[in-house]
Design a binder for this molecule. Structure first.
Ligand SMILES: NC(=O)c1ccc[n+]([C@@H]2O[C@H](COP(=O)([O-])OP(=O)(O)OC[C@H]3O[C@@H](n4cnc5c(N)ncnc54)[C@H](OP(=O)(O)O)[C@@H]3O)[C@@H](O)[C@H]2O)c1
Length: 229
């Protein structure tokens, strides 16, 4: 991937840090973004930290303008920004939580897609990978807002795949089950962590999809459920 420029959103997140490192290990030039990302988060000289707020169309555009100004192009978008809220039934879910789930998991992606697609279309071999969730296909009681927002994300990415075939731009969405992250270990301490999906496994799949080996895969919705199937 020596000749590729990658944008990882949520690059300092539990998954995003592994995704960023995997692309760096593959020899790519990696731009990592989040609100709090720092240059010191990764030691590689191929890493550039661009702090940004992608909660608005303008914020995503400013980010993408910076990427183009520095690197002149973009080959791959790996979008890992997202968040979880659960507990109440639909009847008891408040407006703020419902809106927050759709902002984090759908609207932020929408802003990033509108900013990046025109650039990704230019090189004839672009690639978008978004992180959904198992809950997109298998909603559970008490996680309605999260599940619905991830299901909508799947629809958005599949539409992007259809709309950009003409430019060789691929778009796929990965649906992890519960991942083995520090936050999950803290909130479910008695779980069998060995059944959870390793973030490194998701990161490897992302780099494979972005590589030439994955060039025939687009519009795919890919479950990664670990041994808890
Ligand atoms: N963890 C799991 O078990 C699991 C399972 C299935 C699916 N997923 C999905 O996988 C993805 C990654 O999960 P994770 O556990 O790695 O989440 P995480 O640790 O909470 O990371 C979220 C990332 O998003 C960034 N972010 C949040 N709001 C932002 C904003 N307004 N502008 C820019 N960046 C923002 C955060 O960085 P800053 O705070 O620095 O901005 C952070 O880097 C999410 O989409 C999640 O829904 C997770």
């Amino acid at each position: 991937m020596e000749d590729k420029v990658i944008l990882v959103t949520g690059a300092d997140g539990a998954l995003g840090k592994y995704v960023t490192q995997a692309f760096l290990d593959a020899g790519a030039t990696v731009v990592g973004t989040s609100r709090k990302i720092r240059q010191s988060d990764f030691s590689s000289s191929s890493f550039t930290a661009l702090p940004a707020e992608v909660s608005t169309r303008e914020g995503a555009k400013v980010l993408m303008d910076q990427v183009v100004a520095r690197f002149g192009t973009l080959d791959v978008l790996a979008h890992t920004v997202g968040g979880f809220a659960g507990g109440p039934s639909i009847v008891d879910t408040d407006d703020v939580t419902f809106q927050q789930m759709f902002d984090l998991n759908l609207n932020f992606l929408f802003h990033v897609l509108r900013a990046t697609i025109p650039v990704l279309r230019q090189n004839g071999n672009g690639c978008i990978i978004a992180i959904g969730s198992r809950a997109a296909l298998e909603p559970g009681a008490g996680v309605g807002a999260y599940s619905a927002s991830k299901a909508a994300m799947v629809s958005l990415i599949r539409t992007v795949a259809l709309e950009n075939k003409d430019a060789g731009l691929r778009a796929n969405v990965i649906l992890p089950g519960t991942m083995d992250t520090p936050a999950n270990r803290e909130s479910i301490p008695k779980a069998d962590f060995s059944k959870w999906v390793k973030p490194t496994a998701v990161a490897s799949l992302i780099t494979w999809l972005a590589s030439d080996a994955g060039k025939d895969v687009t519009g795919a919705v890919i479950p990664v459920y670990g041994s808890d199937v």
